[in-house]
Design a protein around this ligand. Structure first.
Ligand code: ADP
Ligand code: MG
Length: 800
């Protein structure tokens, strides 16, 4: 007997999900697992927990005495939804709580608990059967986060176990109900997955009334989308009828920039607003530190909290047009006119909405704007499906979002990338909740056509060894039998487990080791995590961080090919060349000679620079990179640094990216290790500047690299096979090496005739040493040469 405020009750009754209460509760009564699909805003998140509560879940005397748990992928949603439901539950409001990592208001009498999926995963480690709960609602399952996917897999088992126990001893054990909720109808990965649910769970659809939304693409895709959003929003506000504007941006930084500009352009009549802006700016600054915090991989998924800067690479940049405005005449979606009482200089009530904004500030988006102001909310993709903003008529969509990525750099970070078509449609849908609306996409329809249809489940975007390590760290031992919503290639799984064993993260029985647990704390690919751990032990952490970053980002050295060096021309001894020369007239000949001379000079400088960087060790490519990157740190003055990089044939963009990543990684190591007492030996007060490593450290660095690439060892063929002869004339690139595991397997498709040995790549420092290359090498990667006959390795270091 919940007593609610009458206003709240009226609002509830208007929600599409409200009419379905009976059907939903019947389905839950007769099935242990139920899937609910409903358009964003239909009332799933706020109402389902209340339906459960009112039908007796959480009541000690009932068949469902345990708590009602609801998971959210984002902290902000867990907190704000708990707050809302608490309000709606009237006299029982105090029974609603939230729990996120490091913060909770759960009390002994909590009956409805909102939490992040990471929190529930951790609870399962100590109580697999989750006996505290009688119902678990997994919300936002369409997002396909790793944590959500893993949770659903695990819960499918718990539900079965609890049902079995209940059958055996109904007094002592009660059933667990699982409710999976999705904002889209794309739930077949759950519903039709025999491994997950032997009997397909019923799917309940909540039909929400949707009004048509006119979609307007930009003709061109401007590179500076923040500015384009500003321009578009101004135009909407000045020309179009009443109705809220919702703008999708990617980060807090962009949001605050746009909010500031819009507030300055269309100020609210009172000063209060100015003060508010100031407060928010200060708050943003205060939270800056938290902002860079990157959560340890499996522990908590924060989809869009992080303020890690991203880089658009040069290529991507070419796809954009340089910020030229749309032709006013042609611009679509401006056929309507201002309504009576509106002017083009009306105030605009601009509010930011992002995860780290204090809950009180977030709640403002649900209130009506003061006076005759138009409301305008600038949000991250949190407003895509997890928070519904009332009365939105216009959506401005930048087409991008910040996503967690690991694969590209092997270091977990957040990058801005294009959204999927499905996401773009979700965003558009926000404009059609209360009446017909408009969506302005700040990109061309051609760009849209190139989007993925749906976003790829996170589990498929991560390197498998990272996923496996994460799962082991939360106590899932048998991964090959794990009911993933989207299956993982079994071969790849076996390989990943093997690698983790080599790295010492798993023991012979594939059980996670102490080292593995520590490794799982770093949001890095396991190889690099292992290197950092060992690096810490040997007091080489700063060097190893630099090397790891360089290996993740890419080669900072320009190649001879990049410089246009043509050895045929330089050697000039092929007959063809001379024939050609005879046909040249004197002027042409001189020109050619001058070019040759220039090239020779460049090559000389290039070799000198490389020799300089090989100073620490002439047999280690990893140390060469370390040397080059560290040298660049010594230039405070950016012009001088630029000159240094140019003169030494280094790619400034890559060096810059490495530096950025080093700062992030230092921070990650700091925040994630103190608590778990790995006891990192590093002085964070110092700058990035590194002293050159001493002899012992150089030795240690090579060993440490080896620990991360222990399965990537190559042995010079003559060491193990006396038939292989190496003469004085052999060049480094022609000397065969044998790998520990057949390297050819991964390339061979059975048709090719590939040499079973591997050979040093032409870019390696090892081509410049005067003597035989080392007997043992550790390599980073292998690739096939152009003729597909030989495998080339990219060496990291020799093993002394
Ligand atoms: P769904 O989960 O299906 O997307 P929700 O349950 O989140 O839907 O939202 C239902 C309605 O409740 C929406 O119209 C939303 O605007 C409203 N709502 C949610 N939180 C609040 C709040 N704190 N204050 C006012 N209205 C809210
Ligand atoms: Mg919801």
């Amino acid at each position: 007997n919940v007593e609610r405020d009458s206003e709240i009750q009226e609002t509830r009754e208007e929600l599409p999900v409200f009419k379905k209460e009976h059907d939903i509760m019947e389905a839950i009564k007769h099935n242990d697992t139920v899937i609910i699909c409903g358009e964003t805003g239909s009332g799933k998140t706020t109402q389902l927990p209340q339906f459960l509560f009112e039908s007796g879940f959480g009541d000690e005397r009932s068949e469902h005495p345990g708590m009602i748990g609801i998971t959210q992928p984002r902290r902000v949603a867990a907190m704000s939804m708990a707050d809302r439901v608490s309000n709606e539950l009237g006299n029982h409001g105090h029974k609603v709580s939230y729990q996120i990592r490091f913060d909770s208001n759960v009390k002994p009498d909590t009956k409805v608990k909102f939490m992040t999926d990471g929190v529930l995963l951790r609870e399962m480690m100590s109580d697999f059967l989750l006996t505290k709960y009688s119902a678990l609602v997994i919300d936002e399952a369409h997002e396909r986060n790793i944590n959500t996917d893993i949770l659903i897999g695990m819960l499918s088992r718990v539900v079965k176990l609890r049902a079995k126990r209940n059958e055996e001893n109904p007094k002592k054990y009660k059933k667990l109900k699982l409710i999976i909720m999705s904002a889209t109808l794309r739930v077949s990965d759950f519903a039709e997955n025999q491994k997950l649910f032997a009997v397909p769970p019923p799917i309940l659809k909540v039909e929400a009334r949707m009004y048509p939304v006119a979609v307007h693409f930009n003709k061109k895709t401007p590179y500076d989308y923040v500015n384009e959003a500003f321009r578009k929003t101004c135009k909407i506000h000045q020309k179009l009828p009443r109705g809220g504007i919702l703008i999708f941006m990617t980060s807090q930084q962009e949001i605050m920039e746009l909010v500031k500009k819009l507030r300055q352009r269309f100020p609210m009549p009172n000063k209060r607003h100015k003060k508010q802006l100031k407060n928010e700016a200060e708050e943003a600054e205060e939270t800056e530190e938290v902002n860079v915090e990157i959560k340890v991989s499996s522990k908590e998924v924060e989809v869009e909290d992080e303020e890690i800067e991203f880089n658009v690479n040069e290529q991507d940049k070419d796809d954009f047009d340089e910020g030229d405005d749309e032709d006013d005449e042609e611009e679509e979606g401006f056929d309507e006119e201002l309504e009576e009482g509106q002017t083009s200089e009306d105030p605009l009530y601009v509010l930011p909405l992002y995860s780290l904004l204090p809950t009180k500030e977030q709640m403002k988006v649900f209130e009506a704007p003061p006076g005759n102001a138009r409301i305008c909310i600038v949000a991250t993709n949190i407003a895509e499906t997890s928070i519904t903003i009332p009365n939105t008529k216009y959506v401005v969509d930048c087409g991008r979002s910040k996503q967690k990525v690991l694969s590209k750099t092997s270091v977990q970070s957040y990058e801005v990338s294009w959204i999927s078509q499905a996401s773009a449609e979700q965003r558009s849908g926000r404009a059609g909740r209360t009446g017909p609306g408009h969506t302005y996409r700040l990109y061309s329809s051609a760009i849209f056509d190139g989007f993925d249809r749906f976003s790829v489940p996170e589990i498929l975007r991560m390197p498998i060894e990272s996923v496996v390590l994460q799962m082991k760290s939360i106590g899932i031992d048998n991964i090959s039998n794990f009911p993933f919503p989207t299956a993982i290639n079994p071969q790849a799984l076996i390989k990943a487990e093997k690698l983790l064993q080599y790295l010492g993260a798993l023991d012979e029985k594939k059980v996670i080791s102490q080292v593995g647990r520590q490794m799982s704390l770093f949001p890095l690919s396991p190889r690099f995590a292992k290197m950092l751990l060992t690096g810490n032990q040997f007091d080489c952490l700063s060097y190893i961080i630099t090397i790891v970053c360089a290996l993740s980002v890419g080669d900072p050295f320009l190649s001879e090919v990049d410089l246009g060096i043509d050895h045929n021309l330089l050697n000039g001894n092929n007959e063809e060349g001379e024939d050609e020369d005879e046909q040249l007239n004197a002027a042409e000949y001189n020109k050619k000679m001058a070019r040759k001379e220039k090239m020779r000079e460049t090559l000389e400088k290039y070799r000198k620079a490389h020799a300089k960087f090989s100073g620490l060790s002439e047999t280690s490519d990893a140390l060469k990179v370390l040397c080059a990157v560290s040298a660049a740190d010594y230039f405070k003055d950016s012009a001088k640094k630029e000159k240094f990089l140019r003169e030494n044939f280094l790619r400034s963009k890559i060096v810059e990216e490495i530096t950025k990543l080093r700062k992030q990684l230092l921070y990650i190591v700091k925040v994630n290790t103190v608590e778990e007492s790995i006891g990192v030996n590093i002085d964070y007060s110092k700058e990035l500047k590194l002293r050159p490593p001493n002899k012992n450290q150089i030795f240690a660095i090579k060993q440490i690299i080896t620990t991360g690439f222990i399965d990537h060892i190559a042995i010079r063929a003559d060491v193990i096979n006396p038939d292989v002869r190496i003469t004085k004339k052999s060049t480094s690139g022609s000397i065969p090496y044998s790998t520990l595991f057949s390297a050819v397997d991964s390339f061979d498709n059975g048709q090719e005739d590939i040499d079973p040995h591997v050979y040093i790549h032409g870019k390696s420092v090892l081509n410049n040493i005067g003597s035989k290359p080392p007997q043992y090498l550790v390599y980073q990667s292998l690739d096939l040469n152009a003729t597909r006959t030989k495998v080339r390795m990219h060496p990291l270091t020799d093993i002394e």
